[in-house]
Design a binder for this molecule. Structure first.
Ligand SMILES: Cc1cc2nc3c(=O)[nH]c(=O)nc-3n(C[C@H](O)[C@H](O)[C@H](O)COP(=O)(O)OP(=O)(O)OC[C@H]3O[C@@H](n4cnc5c(N)ncnc54)[C@H](O)[C@@H]3O)c2cc1C
Length: 262
């Protein structure tokens, strides 16, 4: 079984500042880490390999330094690493990102199962996984909280729908995005880290992709136009109401009317 896990490098803090002039995130000097949900996806892949055997690929799209998260994946037990990286991919929105990742996956070939995290802690859209599956024309299920049954041909999963749990069966090839309840991720092993420190990572640039049309990638391939990025203003305004229960109710109702909530 060939399993591919999509992993993303994200800032190690939710306190990333925005340049007030350019509106661009100030990533310089900010420590990075693997998106936490992707650790659950890697753990899921490792458990499946323990049961069925096979090869696990970790794939990330990002600048050269994103290779660090692939090295971490190696130290957890992943077999092969793919870095999709090219200046032409810069400024990609979710559509262009998912397209680029799907092109990268196509160039690797025979993948039975693609695993993604449920969402990232920076972009947070939870759209990349389902969009990759659309580009590849394979079925997908999001928010997978349990693998019920798996064999060489198919997988039965529980999908957490907040109020309900839905059970569904998918034939391979397919894509799952996994929730944090699925398995507790193992820590990277020092022994594996040492053993894999020189392991090569395959770098895929635009030249290696089937679709080489620059218009489909990066800023060119991104229909989203960000008008402005800004940190939300801190509103320290407070109002105190005093009086009896009845008076307070009246004051609160008047305030809600003023604010057009009622
Ligand atoms: C107009 C525009 C321009 C942008 N320009 C840039 C830019 O220049 N640089 C930049 O870093 N971001 C940029 N972004 C943000 C970028 O589009 C998102 O980071 C990216 O689409 C992933 O979305 P997400 O973080 O919401 O992922 P989600 O959909 O929340 O992620 C779900 C899962 O998908 C997988 N995944 C997500 N991203 C990756 C990845 N890169 N590699 C491998 N697996 C992945 C992971 O398994 C992850 O757990 C831009 C966004 C817009 C709208």
């Amino acid at each position: 079984m060939n399993i591919l896990v999509c992993i993303k490098q994200v800032p190690d803090s939710n306190k990333v500042e925005v340049d007030p002039v350019t509106g661009v995130l100030k990533r310089n000097g900010v420590e990075s880490k693997m998106n936490p949900y992707d650790l659950y996806a890697i753990e899921t892949a490792l458990r499946i390999r323990e049961e069925l055997g096979g090869t696990i690929y970790a794939l990330t799209m990002g600048p050269g330094q994103a290779a660090v998260v692939i090295k971490e994946a190696f130290a957890m037990g992943v077999d092969k690493g793919i870095l999709i990286s090219d200046r032409k991919f810069g400024g990609a929105d979710v559509l262009a990102t998912s397209y680029t990742i799907s092109q990268g996956i196509k160039s690797i070939g025979d993948i039975d199962l693609i695993l993604c995290g449920k969402q990232t802690t920076d972009g947070d859209t939870a759209q990349v996984g389902p969009e990759v599956s659309e580009w590849l024309n394979i079925p997908s299920v999001s928010n997978v909280s349990k693998i019920v049954e798996i064999n060489e041909d198919s997988v039965v999963v529980e999908m957490d729908m907040t109020d309900d749990i839905e059970v569904t069966k998918l034939q391979f090839p397919c894509l799952l995005t996994v929730d944090k309840d699925i398995f507790m991720p193992r820590l990277p092993s020092y022994v594996k880290k040492q053993a894999t420190k020189d392991r090569e990572i395959t770098v895929i640039s635009l030249a290696e992709l089937e679709d080489k049309d620059e218009q489909h990638y990066g800023l060119n391939g991104s229909p989203t136009q960000v008008q402005r990025i800004f940190p939300p203003e801190v509103n320290a305004h407070r109002e105190m109401f005093k009086g009896s229960e009845e008076e307070l109710t009246g004051q609160l109702f008047t305030k809600l009317q003023e604010l057009k909530f009622v």
